[in-house]
Design a protein around this ligand. Structure first.
Ligand code: NDP
Length: 292
C-alpha cells in the first residue's frame, strides 16, 4: 500500500520540537531567537506568506519583526534596512520576501544579508558551502523535503535520485543534499531528453518544475519515493480553483511506495524549516549548542 507522507503532521511535530528548544534557550541562556521578514510592495501571495511566517514565528516563542516597505522603496533604502538588521543583536534570521520589484537587483539584496543571518540559505556563501558539502544554512524547501525523505527511508546511500527542475532555490540545492547523502543524482530540466525514461530509473523522484501534474504514474519506478514540491493553482470545470502538484497524484500513488500530497506535503515544511534555521543561527551567533 502506498504511504502518503503527511507534511502537515510532520511540520506540526517539527514546530513543536522547535518551540520546546526555544523555551530551553530562553530559560538557560536568556536568548530569544528573532526573525526579521522584509516585504517590499503589495504582492498578495507574498503578503499571505509573510503573515503566516510571522504567526508561526510567534507560536514557536520567537520574536517576529516585520518590515513592510512601499513598492517604490529604493534599493539604497532597502540595503540600509538590511544593514541595520545585520547589526541588530536581537535579529538572528533575515528573510527578504521574493520576488522584489523590478527596479531592485535581487541578487545584490540577497548577498547583502549577513551569511550568518541568511535563514533562506540563498547567500552565495551558503550556496558554496552546500555545494562543497560543508556546514551552512540550507534553503528551507529542500531541507524540509530531505527531512521527510530521511524520516521515511532512513539511509539514502547508493539510491538513484532524480530532481526534475534546476532552480537555485529548489532543484540545485535539493540535488546537492541528495549527493551529500550519497545518492546517485540526476538533475533534469526543460532540455532533458527522454524525461519519462530518466524518471523511471529513480528510487527517489523530486519534482520541482512548476507544471501542473506533469509527472505521470507511468514515469515512476514501482516502489519509488516521490516528493512533489510543485504548487500550482488550476481551474476546475465549474470555475472554482484547486491546488495541484507537479505530479499527477492519482496515477503516481498507484505505483510509488510513498508520495507527498499537494497540498499538505512539502508546503507546510518550508516555514517550519525557516524556524529551524532561525533557532540554529540564534544559537550559533551566541556560541551556544542547539538543545537536544
Ligand atoms: P522555476 O520556474 O525557477 O524552475 C523550474 C524548473 O523546471 C526549471 O529548471 C525548468 O528547466 C524546469 N522545467 C520547466 N519545464 C520543464 C519541462 N517541461 N520538463 C522538464 N523540466 C522543466 O521553479 P521553482 O524551482 O522556483 O519552483 C518549482 C515548483 O515548486 C513551483 O511549482 C513552485 O510553486 C514550487 N515551490 C514550492 C515551494 C514550497 O514551499 N512547497 C517553495 C518553492 C517553490 P530550465 O531550467 O531548463 O528552464
Amino acid at each position: 500500500m502506498t504511504t502518503i507522507i503527511d507534511g502537515k503532521a510532520f511540520s506540526a511535530n517539527l514546530r513543536g520540537e522547535i518551540a520546546r528548544k526555544v523555551a530551553l534557550v530562553k530559560e538557560n541562556h536568556s536568548i530569544t531567537p528573532g526573525l526579521a521578514v522584509v516585504l517590499v510592495g503589495e504582492d498578495p501571495a507574498s503578503q499571505v506568506y509573510v503573515r503566516s511566517k510571522g504567526k508561526q514565528t510567534q507560536e514557536a516563542g520567537m520574536n517576529s519583526y516585520e518590515h513592510k516597505l512601499d513598492a517604490s522603496t529604493s534599493q539604497q533604502d532597502l540595503l540600509k534596512l538590511i544593514d541595520q538588521l545585520n547589526n541588530d543583536p536581537d535579529v538572528h534570521g533575515i528573510l527578504v520576501q521574493l520576488p522584489l520589484p523590478d527596479h531592485i537587483d535581487e541578487e545584490a539584496v540577497i548577498n547583502s544579508v549577513s551569511a550568518d543571518k541568511d535563514v533562506d540559505g540563498f547567500h552565495l556563501s551558503n550556496v558554496g558551502r552546500l555545494s562543497i558539502g560543508a556546514e551552512g544554512i540550507v534553503p528551507c524547501t529542500p531541507l524540509g523535503s530531505m527531512m521527510m525523505l530521511k524520516d521515511h527511508l532512513g539511509d539514502l546511500s547508493g539510491m538513484k535520485a532524480i530532481v526534475v527542475g534546476r532552480s537555485n532555490i529548489v532543484g540545485k540545492p535539493m540535488a546537492a543534499l541528495l549527493l551529500k547523502e550519497s545518492c546517485t543524482v540526476t538533475i533534469a530540466h526543460s532540455r532533458t531528453r527522454d524525461l519519462p525514461g530518466e524518471c523511471r530509473q529513480a528510487d527517489i523522484l523530486v519534482a520541482a518544475v512548476g507544471r501542473p501534474e506533469m509527472v505521470k504514474g507511468d514515469w515512476i519506478k514501482p516502489g519509488a519515493t516521490v516528493i512533489d514540491v510543485g504548487i500550482n493553482r488550476i481551474e476546475n470545470e465549474d470555475g472554482t480553483t484547486r491546488l495541484v502538484g507537479d505530479v499527477e497524484f492519482e496515477s503516481a500513488a498507484e505505483v510509488a511506495a510513498a508520495i507527498t500530497p499537494v497540498p499538505g506535503g512539502v508546503g507546510p515544511m518550508t516555514i517550519a524549516c525557516l524556524l529551524h534555521n532561525t533557532l540554529q543561527q540564534a544559537c550559533r551567533l551566541n556560541g551556544v549548542d542547539v538543545p537536544e
